[in-house]
Design a protein around this ligand. Structure first.
Ligand SMILES: CCCCCCCCCCCCC/C=C/[C@@H](O)[C@H](COP(=O)(O)O)NC(=O)CCCCCCCCCCCCCCC
Ligand SMILES: Nc1ncnc2c1ncn2[C@@H]1O[C@H](COP(=O)(O)OP(=O)(O)O)[C@@H](O)[C@H]1O
Ligand SMILES: [Ca+2]
Length: 553
């Protein structure tokens, strides 16, 4: 916990009729009960409280009369002054309180004092300290059809009242069709008017938002977003995610919980969390961006199958997951990748990306130095440098996790040690194996056991990778495979309808943050810290109260 630093204000105020010493510094608001006896009293409730100024949501003036509080309202005040009643001034501080499992709630404390000037001085001093980095105007997009179709209700009932309380003005757009939010951001939105964008929906809706925002930023900065070699310009607007989708892994992996109130509070206090973004190209043609999972084989098939079952809601993934597990298709192809060099951290280590992650800071710095060098020496990342590695084989799944992909289904995620902002993605190759072994691998996503500690799994931390399905390889390969291929094409159609026949189709599709890609051969490049979220990463849970508690000073 932070030390209080130089005091800006100190007064004796009352909280529920008890006297408190209250102090404000740039970093902390502390209220400490005045006790006549210095003897420790085990049954008296906690006497000292502190709140980081950065976690104060808002402050409002109140008036207290005969113990009952009234909200600040000029007309009431005047009436009471005229009638000469005994009224004390009060102000209420709303602040973040931590609950179980990374949830945040809004708590409040009311301070009273007899002097109006003192009261107003407190209110204005606290407000002055809140000014920095907090959003004032937000552009909100709601997908009314995401998840259990509760997006609009969640926003109106749980989020909008908090924004109003914090003095945030909003422009709200309830989307009317898929890609409405993306196209509005790309072409129409007056971005200069806003301090951030809020996405109410799932990972698919978030994907729309980043496509609009990244595209718009590149056009405004004169960068060609179609070129896989160009360094993309980072987006200045932060994005807040109010989870209202089916998986919501981007929210879960960056906040630690899928809870609309917690997300709203991270937006209000103006948190900032950079995020890596992968660009996906096919033959030098831009396809999509990805921030969480790019998955071919198992996760691609689960997604394709589940799209036809949207009516089931989030349960569609479990249904299709079981079906695809039983179907057990494998796919042949070539994966080539550029290992991330000079970074700290590996996909198999025990460190986890947490709030203020030093690995993200270190590797992020390294990336910005590298990209400066890259501008001067275009060949440094290219195949000519000979650093690329190639693996050919039969795979049940090829997954690239740019973040842990933790979600309620798998609280540690697809790659538990992956980082939000280290400029890399974890490439996980699941080679063809028995159903029993694949189930062992899947089950380990839900337990403490290492899902990579199996002979048919390999995982590499990479900056760039390519995938080519077997039947898209060189012309000579193609000729050799022609006969077999045509047989497979016919069977693959039959197999789609009758998966029990046991014959594998030639192609799967890519699951790109929950959207299906139309091409199978892809070139993926990580752009370190391209966007920012209103989040701070998952907070480390406190083991015990530490001695730097300012109340102990
Ligand atoms: C046997 C239990 C196995 C549990 C394995 C769970 C692994 C879950 C990892 C999930 C990673 C999710 C990455 C995020 C993807 C999202 O971008 C994306 C879109 O999200 P949105 O709908 O919010 O827009 N979501 C998805 O693609 C959903 C993927 C969900 C996969 C669920 C797989 C369930 C597997 C069940 C196998 C059952 C075998 C049982 C045998 C007896
Ligand atoms: N008004 C709308 N009508 C239909 N589809 C929409 C609308 N707004 C957004 N979408 C699309 O809905 C899809 C799923 O959205 P998402 O919010 O991620 O929910 P889920 O997590 O349930 O998949 C996304 O592909 C998004 O582009
Ligand atoms: Ca990463």
């Amino acid at each position: 916990m932070e030390r209080p630093g130089r005091l800006l204000l100190q007064s004796e105020l009352r909280v529920r009729n008890a006297a408190y010493d209250v102090s404000l510094s740039r970093s902390l608001l502390i209220w400490k009960r005045r006790t006549s006896s210095p003897v420790y009293h085990p049954f008296r409730p906690s006497v000292c409280h502190s709140v980081p100024v950065s976690e104060i949501i808002s402050v409002r003036e109140e008036e207290e009369e005969n113990g009952s509080r009234q909200r600040d309202d000029g007309s009431w005040k005047k009436i009471r002054e005229r009638e000469g009643k005994d009224c004390r001034q009060a102000f209420t501080v709303l602040y973040v309180e931590r609950c179980r499992q990374h949830r945040w709630r809004c708590a409040e404390v009311t301070f009273t004092c007899s002097d109006e000037a003192v009261c107003q001085h407190w209110v204005s001093s606290i407000r002055e300290q809140l000014a920095t980095s907090r959003p004032k105007h937000l552009l909100v997009y709601i997908n009314p059809y995401g998840g259990k179709r509760q997006g609009k209700r969640i926003y109106e009932q749980k989020v909008a009242p908090l924004f109003t309380q914090a003095g945030i003005s909003t422009s709200v757009i309830v989307t009317e069709y898929a890609n409405h939010a993306r196209d509005h951001l790309k072409m129409e939105a007056e971005l200069k008017k806003f301090d951030g964008v809020v996405c109410v929906g799932g990972d698919g809706m978030f994907s729309e938002i980043i496509h609009g925002l990244i595209w718009r930023t590149q056009i405004d900065c004169g960068v060609d977003p179609n070129s896989p070699e160009e360094a993309l310009s980072p987006c200045s607007l932060r994005i807040g995610i109010i989870p209202a989708g089916s998986t919501d892994c981007i929210c879960f992996a960056s906040v630690g919980t899928n809870d609309p109130v917690t997300s709203a509070l991270h937006i209000i206090v103006g948190d900032s969390q950079p995020l890596d973004v992968c660009s996906v190209h096919h033959n030098n043609m831009f396809l999509r961006y990805s921030v969480s999972l790019l998955g071919y084989g198992f996760y691609g098939d689960v997604l394709s199958d589940s799209e036809r079952k949207r009516w089931m809601g989030p349960a569609r993934y479990d249904f299709s997951g079981l079906k695809m597990f039983l179907t057990h298709h494998y796919y042949e192809g070539t994966v080539s990748y550029l290992p991330a060099k000079g970074i700290i951290g590996t996909p198999r280590d025990a460190t986890r990306c947490r709030s203020g992650c030093v690995i993200c800071q270190h590797n992020g710095q390294l990336n910005s130095e590298r990209s400066e060098k890259y501008e001067m020496d275009e060949a440094s990342d290219s195949e000519s440098s000979g650093e690329w590695r190639t693996i050919r084989g039969k795979f049940l799944a090829i997954n690239a996790a740019s973040m842990s992909c933790a979600c309620p289904r798998s609280p540690k995620g697809l790659s538990p040690a992956a980082h939000l902002a280290d400029g890399t993605t974890d490439l996980i190759l699941v080679r063809k194996c028995s159903r029993f072994n694949f189930l062992r691998h899947l089950l380990r996503h839900t337990s403490k056991d290492d899902q990579f500690d199996l002979t048919f799994i390999e995982v590499h931390r990479v900056r760039r990778f390519r995938f080519m399905p077997r039947h898209c390889q060189s012309d000579s390969d193609l000729e050799l495979d022609l006969h077999e291929n045509s047989k497979r094409q016919i069977f693959s159609q039959i197999c789609k309808d009758h998966p029990a026949c046991g014959c594998a189709p030639a192609y799967s599709s890519w699951n790109c943050d929950g959207e299906i890609l139309t091409h199978t051969g892809i070139d993926v490049r990580v752009h370190g810290q391209l966007i920012k979220l209103f989040a701070r990463g998952i907070e480390e849970l406190p083991v015990f109260e530490d001695l730097s508690n300012p109340c102990a000073i």
